[in-house]
Write a protein that binds this ligand. Structure first.
Ligand code: DAH
Length: 318
């Protein structure tokens, strides 16, 4: 470093010397200028060399993967062989693969959102008690960790609406992590995963929606299923339905054992309008449901709390 400072001082002197060019007769100036430039270039070269040497000596190479207990075996949690994808992530990939095969685009949800996307754009009236129905957490700044993936609907509609002019269809699925201020028990977690579907076209209808959902569940459980719906209520769909499947025999179900898998319906005209889509021209349907529940049924799990527990014995079963 000292060396570099000295060189920089020299450089200053040379620059001061260079100013003397003004006092020289014209015919001597070219020669003088050349000499000064050569001196300057030599000093700049030296400075560059010194800086490079400094970098080589002063920055220690750090191997962040090095295990410092040289003669000890790696602790178990260091071994890449012992690691594996979390079962929910593996299943979420499978879910997305199925939807992608059916022609849907995938967009990931966010983990922090706001009142506008959680409620306003989803046609929840201001001060309406339905806003309380979602047991939302709030940060001190008033932000909301999303209580459902429907917070992404408005963004999806806006981001993909140009598809309607080009292909006449908008078809997007949004997986995401969601959070609710609930009492935790075997069937309720404060943190879980959902998957949202949004479909818009000129002439889509409820029958198509049920066809898509049946296809998805039959692919996911790899068998034919009986499905059923019952009326539901969501401010962002009209009409709204709850979608159920009959629990398959090989997964421990008996005849008539119906499980509610998701909420769905025709997208409310106000939701389309807010995203700049004309509800006179286009119709849409949407659905959203829990991934944890889907996976629990597939693997015969009886306690949702396993997923967030970090319990290695549980995770190693997958
Ligand atoms: N977001 C709702 C929930 O978590 C589920 C839902 C219902 C999503 C209807 C939708 C929908 O997209 O159209 O309870």
């Amino acid at each position: 470093m000292e060396e570099i400072n000295k060189l920089k001082q020299e450089l200053k002197k040379i620059n001061a010397e260079a100013a003397g060019i003004r006092d020289l007769p014209t015919e001597k100036r070219a020669e003088f200028g050349k000499a000064i430039n050569a001196k300057r270039a030599a000093i700049l070269n030296k400075i560059a060399e010194c800086e490079k040497a400094l970098l080589d000596t002063e920055v220690l190479p750090i191997d962040v993967t090095a295990w410092s207990g040289v003669n000890e075996p790696l602790p178990e949690f260091y071994s890449a062989e012992m690691g594996s994808a979390h079962p929910l992530m593996t299943e979420l990939d499978r879910v997305c693969d199925i939807y992608q095969m059916m022609g849907f685009d995938i967009l990931e949800a966010r983990q922090l959102d706001d009142e506008y996307h959680m409620f306003d754009t989803l046609n929840f009236a201001k001060e309406h008690p339905a806003r309380d129905g979602y047991d939302t957490f709030r940060t001190e700044e008033g932000l909301i960790p999303p209580a459902h993936t429907s917070t992404m609907q408005h963004r999806v509609l806006k981001q993909f609406k140009s598809r309607l002019d080009n292909d006449g269809v908008l078809a997007v699925v949004v997986p995401g992590r969601v959070f609710r201020n609930e009492d935790v028990d075997a069937t309720h977690e404060h943190t879980f995963y959902q998957c949202e579907g949004v479909y818009v076209s000129r002439d889509c209808n409820m029958g198509q929606m049920l066809g898509i959902l049946r296809e998805f569940f039959e692919k996911y459980y790899e068998q034919k299923l009986n499905i059923r719906t019952q009326p539901g209520y969501f401010p962002f769909t009209e009409p709204s339905l709850e979608f159920m499947i009959e629990k398959p025999k090989d997964l421990g179900g008996k005849k008539g054992d119906y499980l509610e898998m998701l909420g769905c319906g025709m997208i409310h005209p106000n939701v389309l309008k807010m995203a700049g889509i004309n509800p006179e021209e286009f119709h849409g349907f949407a659905w959203g449901g829990g991934i944890d529940r889907l996976v629990m049924l597939r693997y015969g799990l009886d306690d949702v709390r396993h997923f967030e527990s970090g319990n290695l014995n549980f995770l190693r079963e997958f």
